[in-house]
Design a protein around this ligand. Structure first.
Ligand code: AMP
Ligand code: MG
Length: 539
């Protein structure tokens, strides 16, 4: 296959973002297909009978490129710029528009923390353009933090460096972990300060501002449909559904009542797969409002997310949610389903037969159950998930709760347990690095004895079992404190910490002996430090 010359469609070469030739690969299908807000100023207001408002980025003082994802550039056919300042940084910082760019902010609503919040919309995000990549696929370039829009409400339309780094880093890390996600092309410092009260306690401070260029086939959310249904804008609702199906689900066929039902079921399926993957790697989204749920089943809107350190179903990084813990790790599947029910409500004018909507919701439960069982079997290195293994998993969860145990290190270490050994200390040795607290290590030892018996019954070759487990249990995840160290260094002008972390996280399942320190347990200093274990929605 490799010897067959590729037909040159003019798509293979990578071009500079500002190369006029690139404009041939620009498109604006969303803008063309859907109704625009007729009003053209950015004063916050309720918008009616429209899917988006035309906007312009607000220029910033001194755009400077801090990070660039080559792999995302490859997808788009856009070359890494030679210089950190100049025309490309100007476009990606929002200071200059290229011919063919018709930026817009999408109109959406959402249920926030369980309640209908009305119109929200892209308050600081704007899609610049769609780019057709060398693979023939369409992807949006969307700036986050590029200024006010009609959806900014009382906020400033800006984003701070810390939250922008966190979005860039985590969305790329999720991709390499194999979790469906939006991507990020660039991170640009604005050279301007943004005022934020990080914990809403009256201590507002100036922080450096930044703009991330996010990339996804579409940023449409459940909330884009909810706002149309809530306002009984049924013509617009149908147009948006038809656009999303034709553009992003063409395999389902031309929109019809049956196709709408199949489409909803497919959204449920994708959402189940995504959340099962979150649970697999220990990711906690932190704000699973329906405006943060992608219609394509991608992880979207990285805000006060976090990574499990100690395995704890009740853990949430989001201080705004600390009392209710609605969006804690263990409730993510249930909340995803609750969100799908809200989407079902919004799509009901198109899918009048309740049974179709119920079938979709049922498929969420079924797919999530199948995925999570397969994942748990694979994480434990079992040949197959068999009768009785449920009890083994339940007991493991209880044991992990009993002694504060690092999720990532525990599952990675499990592959190294010499299951043929008889000695308890020998069995436990590969897991020791995972314990923050060994007060109830006895429970885990009891579990481990059952586990090794179970694994012995499979009779797998140890090396094969280990290799299989290491393909599903990552060694490297963007631990909360590592992201914070990268942010602190960047604020001092040192990009090397972020660069190294990004490079290591491109191979999260590989042993990288020279980067062992990045796989280590959270240090004690980070246990309660802001940004490391506690985050708010302020970003
Ligand atoms: P989030 O919690 O990030 O999902 O945001 C919820 C809503 O608030 C969305 O409509 C955002 O666009 C909007 N929003 C958040 N931060 C800002 C900001 N700094 N400026 C304008 N709108 C914002
Ligand atoms: Mg959001």
């Amino acid at each position: 296959m490799n010897d067959v010359p590729r037909v040159n469609l003019g798509l293979a070469a990578k071009l500079d973002l500002c190369d006029p030739q690139l404009a041939h690969r620009f498109d604006d299908s969303f803008v063309r297909a859907l109704p625009a807000d007729p009003v053209q100023h950015d004063v916050p207001r309720p918008v009616r009978n429209a899917c988006y408002s035309r906007v312009k980025p607000t220029p910033v003082a001194a755009p400077e490129l801090l990070a660039w994802a080559d792999a995302v550039g490859d997808l788009l056919g856009i070359a890494r710029p030679d210089s950190a300042t100049g025309p490309v940084a100007d476009v990606l910082g929002g200071n200059h528009l290229l011919p063919g760019m018709q930026p817009y902010a999408a109109r959406y609503g959402g249920h926030q923390f369980g309640n209908w919040a009305g119109q929200l919309g892209d308050g600081r995000a704007m899609t610049l353009v769609e780019v057709i990549g060398p693979d023939g696929r369409r992807r949006e370039l969307q700036l986050k933090g590029a200024g006010r829009t009609p959806y900014s409400r009382r906020a400033d339309g800006r984003a701070v460096l810390r939250s922008s780094v966190r979005e860039f880093l985590c969305s790329e890390a999720m991709h390499y972990l194999g979790v469906p996600t939006t991507r990020a092309l660039s991170l640009v410092a604005t050279g301007e300060a943004v005022e934020r009260d990080m914990f809403y306690d009256g201590n507002a401070q100036d922080e450096p501002g930044a703009v991330v260029c996010r990339v996804a086939p579409s940023f449409v959310r459940f909330g884009n449909f909810e706002i149309l249904a809530a306002n009984e804008e049924l013509e617009e609702l149908k147009r948006l559904a038809d656009y999303v199906i034709r553009t992003h689900y063409p395999e389902l066929g031309e929109p019809s009542p049956e196709v709408y039902a199949r489409w909803f079921e497919e959204i449920c399926r994708r959402t189940a797969v995504m959340v099962a993957d979150w649970m697999r790697v220990g990711f906690v989204h932190g704000v699973m409002n329906t405006d943060n749920m992608s219609i394509l089943g991608l992880t979207i809107d990285y805000g006060p997310y976090g990574w499990l350190e100690g395995y704890d179903l009740g853990w949430t990084p989001n201080t705004t949610d600390a009392t209710g813990r609605r969006y804690c790790y263990g409730r993510q599947p249930e909340i995803a389903q609750w969100n799908l029910l809200r989407l079902a409500g919004a799509l009901s004018p198109l899918i009048p037969d309740r049974a179709d909507l119920e079938a979709g919701i049922d498929s969420f439960g079924r797919v999530y159950g199948e995925c999570s069982q397969r994942i748990m079997g694979d994480k434990l290195g079992l040949l197959e998930f068999a009768a009785g293994d449920d009890a083994l998993v339940e007991d493991l969860v209880a044991a992990l709760h009993g002694a504060e145990t690092d999720m990532t290190l525990f599952f990675r270490g499990l592959a190294d347990v010499p299951v043929a050994a008889a000695d308890d200390a020998v069995l436990m040795a590969p897991l020791c690095a995972a314990f923050y607290d060994e007060s109830d290590g006895g429970h885990l030892l009891g579990w481990l004895r059952h586990y090794v018996e179970r694994v012995r019954r499979d009779g797998q070759d140890p090396a094969t079992r280990r290799a299989r487990m290491n393909r599903i249990n990552p060694k490297y995840v963007p631990r909360n404190y590592l992201a914070q160290l990268a942010i602190d260094a960047l604020a001092e002008g040192d990009a090397s910490v972020l660069k190294r972390l990004l490079a290591v996280l491109e191979h999260p399942y590989d042993e990288q002996p020279q980067h062992e320190d990045l796989a280590a347990r959270r240090p004690e200093w980070a246990r309660h430090k802001a940004g490391c274990s506690a985050l708010s929605c302020s970003s």
